[in-house]
Write a new protein. Structure first.
Length: 329
């Protein structure tokens, strides 16, 4: 296949500044792989924005097409388990990091990165969920391995972001009483519509809980922020509670003591999504198509095309994005 396609591409100019433009690429330029996928939808994640702007430590070589998420139709295959026409999802691993990613209309990937899109889930819905939704789901699953969620008091930080928004919606679906922690104003209706039972302002919360142990209020937490937010959350978890940690937008370092762990028996669990085993991702995708079918995706997601994506990249880096952005390819 020698056809050409459109792809958002980051490159370095003569002064080594990183620039972004829509370029025409050839399928022959794609890396080796078992499947060529015609991407129908992708989604924008914070990691994509870092790669697209040349942030050190993400992508090693430019020009590059970011996009750690992609869903579409198999266009060519050397694997009989994925014949042409199969609807598939690819999320994480090296896609969009150093392998040409979902912000191009075609990708070429190994078969062990690929999950079949469940029958009761469209490729658009899959990208409305994306890596952010998988992360929220892995967090919920980790909590469920320790405590039941029905009627549990759970706090979610970064509640208006991609992971946070889906976490609020999913945890509410699972019966939890969700407190949404946010630094934004004028988002109460958005969060209540997703299922939050109360809204907590982040800065006030951090100031009021800036101590090794505070009153145990929550059975569990999904923390997207890290930093001082995670420190405060750890101080407020009830006996044998669970905190999942999956982000660092509020800082990579945090302060705590041994007291939440030795006096309350709390657990702090790190959540990684990119390198999760494929069978685990497949299990979660199937849940999203059945018992975890989300009702708030339309409220969470804003659909754009490639030409509008640069503006959305700026928004997510400035902390101005509400919910998620999906990209129609």
């Amino acid at each position: 296949m020698g056809k050409t396609f459109q792809a958002l591409t980051t490159y370095q100019d003569e002064q080594d500044f990183y620039k972004i433009e829509i370029r025409e690429k050839s399928i022959n330029e794609l890396p080796d792989g078992d499947l060529i996928v015609r991407v129908q939808y992708s989604s924008l994640n914070y990691k994509d924005a870092l790669s697209a702007t040349g942030t050190k430590g993400i992508t090693q070589k430019y020009p590059h097409t970011p996009g750690i998420d992609a869903a579409g139709i198999v266009a060519d295959s050397s694997d009989k388990n994925f014949p042409e026409g199969t609807r598939v999802i690819v999320s994480g691993y090296d896609l969009g990091v150093n392998t040409s990613g979902g912000f191009g209309q075609y990708i070429k990937v190994p078969n062990n990165w690929v999950v079949k899109c469940p029958d009761n889930l469209s490729t658009k819905e899959a990208m409305m969920i994306g890596t952010a939704g998988l992360t929220a789901a892995f967090s919920a699953d980790a909590i469920l391995n320790h405590i039941p969620l029905n009627e549990a008091e759970v706090i979610v930080s970064g509640a208006t972001g991609g992971i946070g928004s889906i976490a609020v919606n999913l945890l509410s679906l699972l019966g939890a009483k969700v407190s949404a922690l946010t630094g934004k104003s004028d988002v109460d209706n958005y969060l209540f519509d997703l299922g939050a039972t109360q809204i907590i302002q982040r800065d006030k919360y951090i100031n009021e809980t800036n101590q090794p142990l505070s009153k145990g209020v929550f059975h569990a937490a999904v923390d997207v922020a890290g930093g001082a937010t995670l420190s405060s959350i750890l101080a407020c978890i009830r006996y044998q509670g669970v905190v999942t940690c999956c982000g660092n937008v509020g800082g990579a370092e945090f302060e705590t003591s041994v007291y939440p762990f030795i006096l309350r028996g709390n657990s702090l669990i790190g959540i990684d999504t990119a390198e999760k085993p494929l069978h685990y991702k497949e299990k979660i995708w199937n849940r999203f198509s059945r018992e975890w079918k989300l009702t708030g995706l339309d409220a969470i997601c804003n659909e754009v095309n490639l030409n509008s994506l640069v503006d959305e990249i700026k928004k997510i880096l400035e902390g101005q994005m509400l919910g998620r952005v999906i990209v129609k390819m």
